[in-house]
Ligand binder design. Structure first.
Ligand SMILES: C[S@@+](CC[C@H](N)C(=O)[O-])C[C@H]1O[C@@H](n2cnc3c(N)ncnc32)[C@H](O)[C@@H]1O
Length: 240
């Protein structure tokens, strides 16, 4: 397997990663999800990295002092690479990498912190943007399939003072995710950070198709002085 070594910033740590072409590579979402976390949110905590890919979040949080990190992904190949990357960064003794669908590999466990980074963009965007290699599952037609399920199930997996962090991309049906999150967590749901991001060249090349998806209500984006932007938000939901 042809691999390449890349770096990624997670929770103030530089994570070294062996990346392979057919698996998802860290993006701005990876970094933004954990950027605001304080030491006290991580140190000695039990963490779940849901949709770990090649492992950047799990490894960065283990480097930041988590007691133990469970890292899960539906793709067994991603799990193999994540485990190898944990060894590369000398934190393999504090990371368990498990393959399976959403929470299924950690049934019965509870966590201080759950970081969800399972695919959350609409299928067409996943394929047009170049972010998702062909075999990596997307978030379904409107991008909400996994995030809605995770938001609903996470409360069973949180310790009493625990919290869930999850991204909401406007390149999905954002309103649907927020409707469910407000229904489940009420005022325990807070917006942590929000970033407006210009379209990359691949998105720009496919602007007509993206306009159709917007007209169908599957995604949202805005145009400022004819430049298209999408929005990335990070939400925190505190245990009920
Ligand atoms: C957006 S990538 C994020 C990967 C990694 N966290 C990162 O920052 O590079 C989403 C990951 O979710 C995984 N995934 C997709 N559907 C899943 C599911 N039903 N259960 C668990 N993981 C899933 C994909 O295989 C992919 O590795």
């Amino acid at each position: 397997m042809l691999s390449e070594t890349i770096h990624c910033d997670v929770a103030g740590n530089k994570v070294l990663l062996s990346a392979v072409p057919h698996l998802f590579r860290p993006t701005l979402t990876t970094t933004l999800l954990t950027e605001h976390l304080q030491r006290a949110d991580i140190e000695n905590r039990t963490v779940l990295d849901l949709g770990c890919g090649i492992g950047p979040i799990a490894i960065g949080l283990a480097m930041a002092g988590a007691a133990h990190v469970y890292a899960t992904d539906i793709m067994p190949q991603a799990c193999e690479v994540a485990a190898a990357n944990a060894r590369l960064n000398h934190v393999a003794d504090r990371i368990s990498v498990l393959s399976g669908n959403l929470f299924e590999p950690v049934r019965g466990l509870t966590f201080d912190l759950i970081v969800d980074d399972v695919s959350g963009v609409a299928e067409d965007v996943a394929r047009l943007s170049s972010w998702f290699p062909p075999g990596v599952p997307s978030g379904g037609e409107d991008g909400t399939r996994h995030t809605v399920e995770i938001v609903r199930q996470a409360r069973e997996y949180l310790k009493p003072q625990g919290c869930l962090l999850f991204p909401v991309l406007s390149l999905s049906r954002r309103s649907r995710i927020l409707e469910v999150a407000r229904e489940v967590y009420g005022d325990r749901l807070t917006l942590v950070t929000s970033k407006r991001i210009p379209f990359n060249p691949k998105l720009k090349d496919n602007i007509r198709r993206l306009e159709e998806l917007r007209s169908a209500g599957l995604i949202e984006f805005e145009q400022i002085r004819s430049r298209p932007f999408w929005t990335l938000e990070i939400y925190r939901a505190d245990a009920i």
